[in-house]
Design a protein around this ligand. Structure first.
Ligand SMILES: Cc1cc2nc3c(=O)[nH]c(=O)nc-3n(C[C@H](O)[C@H](O)[C@H](O)COP(=O)(O)OP(=O)(O)OC[C@H]3O[C@@H](n4cnc5c(N)ncnc54)[C@H](O)[C@@H]3O)c2cc1C
Length: 388
């Protein structure tokens, strides 16, 4: 290589790709290193539901901006994301009703069109559904889903077009540190690449890389599955919108014209488990069951059937499972680590990270080039050590 980059970004998932893109757009000299191909980790296997509604203000602002980026990628960066603006309907029980009302007001004031619905109003939008156990619903019409692999690859292409160096099939073996300063990375081929800042966006592979330089973060991994229903030409008829169900811990969306996808958020913060389903904790992100058995698919479907009884008799298609990295509070882990210079960690997105990714990249690029990104403050890796 010629001159050393100012910034090395490791990992071309949605977060690393976006960070490299936004750094290049800001004129920084940036090299993006990916051990395989873009979106070869969880980013490429994401459900890719994208919306602005979150209870935590910083999360919903990142989600709003990330979703907006995904929606407007063709005009914004000349790359496809295949965003389908089908809207998001989300049902909640009594315990969260007041929080939902408040959050809808706030998110609307922050610029996203959305409204609360009574269960009766919800049923007008979703005629085949039941409203059992629901006290309120939220409707966000500009939400939807993207093609996560195409979007991530598109952002990598756009980063390259803006001057980023992109090196695929280049796994890094370790971070290189001199005292308390990270000075670069070493690839598995033994090449050393120095950089003023290393952004480590390696998803579930992050923890051991940090531990080798003495940084311990409470990142864990969970396997999550998505089952599919084969409904040729009828997907939008069966499920016209994306759906989240807070009481029955599942989400669903149409997938183009021919499939409906359903996922469970059992595990994570929910504590919900099922004896027939493989344990979701994973210790090695390269070793987990990537397929979904009919038994597991049936279990995921059972979560949704009480809400949408018409799904019960539809034929099962082929789903998939993947691992993602979790933090103890289910919020991303982003920023420098106290006592270490030259390093920014971007990990722990805990099942939300696809929609957040484009905005996380923008904020991290801002942090690296200006030293400031207030929106990222609550996600500091140091919050675990300080107990905040
Ligand atoms: C089944 C499932 C459903 C999901 N549904 C949604 C959803 O509906 N909405 C949503 O917003 N989010 C969803 N998510 C979560 C979302 O996909 C992730 O949070 C997000 O993709 C994480 O992106 P990332 O860039 O941080 O990490 P990753 O996608 O993990 O990318 C990390 C990259 O780093 C690379 N890498 C690792 N180690 C090295 C190394 N040593 N050297 C070089 N490169 C390396 C990997 O190959 C990988 O490409 C879902 C995830 C799964 C698995």
């Amino acid at each position: 290589m010629g001159s050393q980059p100012e910034v090395v970004v490791v990992g071309a998932g949605i977060a690393g790709a976006s960070t490299a893109f936004h750094l290049a757009e800001r004129g920084a000299s940036v090299t993006l290193l990916e051990r395989s191909t873009p979106a070869s980790g969880p980013s490429g296997r994401s459900g890719a539901l994208s919306h602005a509604f979150y209870f935590m203000p910083e999360l919903s602002q990142l989600a709003r901006d990330g979703t907006s980026f995904l929606r407007t990628m063709p005009e914004r960066i000349g790359q496809p994301s295949d965003f389908r603006e089908v809207g998001l309907l989300w049902g909640f029980g009594e315990a969260l009703a007041a929080d939902v009302e408040r959050t809808v007001e706030r998110v609307r004031a922050e610029g996203t069109e959305l409204e609360t619905l009574t269960p009766e109003q919800m049923l007008e939008l979703a005629p085949g559904f039941t409203a059992d156990g629901l006290a309120v619903a939220m409707w966000e019409p500009t939400a939807g889903y993207a093609d996560p692999a195409a979007a991530t690859a598109g952002i990598v292409t756009a980063a390259r077009e803006r001057g980023a160096t992109v090196r695929l099939n280049t796994p890094i073996a370790r971070l290189v540190a001199n005292g308390s300063r990270v000075t670069g990375v070493e690839t598995r081929d033994g090449e050393r690449i120095e950089a003023g800042t290393v952004v480590l966006a390696t998803g579930p592979w992050t923890r051991p890389l940090l531990e080798e330089i003495g940084i311990s973060l409470p990142l864990t991994m969970e396997r999550h599955s998505i089952m599919a229903l084969d409904v040729p030409d009828r997907a939008r008829e069966v499920l016209p919108f994306t759906w989240c169900d807070d009481t029955l811990v599942h989400y669903a969306r149409p997938d183009g014209e021919h499939r409906v996808l359903i996922g469970s958020w059992a595990g994570g913060g929910t504590g919900y488990r099922h004896p027939d389903v493989p344990r979701s904790e994973v210790t090695n992100p390269d070793v987990y069951q990537g397929s979904v058995s009919d038994r597991e698919a049936a279990w995921v479907l059972e979560l949704m059937v009480p809400r949408a009884p018409g799904l019960a008799d539809l034929p099962l298609g082929r789903g998939w499972a993947c691992v993602y990295d979790m933090s103890p509070d289910d919020a991303p882990v982003i920023g420098p680590v106290a006592g270490t210079e030259g390093l920014v960690v971007v990990a722990g997105s805990s099942g939300h990270g696809f929609k957040l990714g484009p905005a996380i990249g923008e904020q991290v690029a801002r942090l690296v080039t200006t030293g400031e990104a207030p929106l990222l403050a609550p996600f500091s890796p140091d919050r675990f050590a300080s107990g905040s």
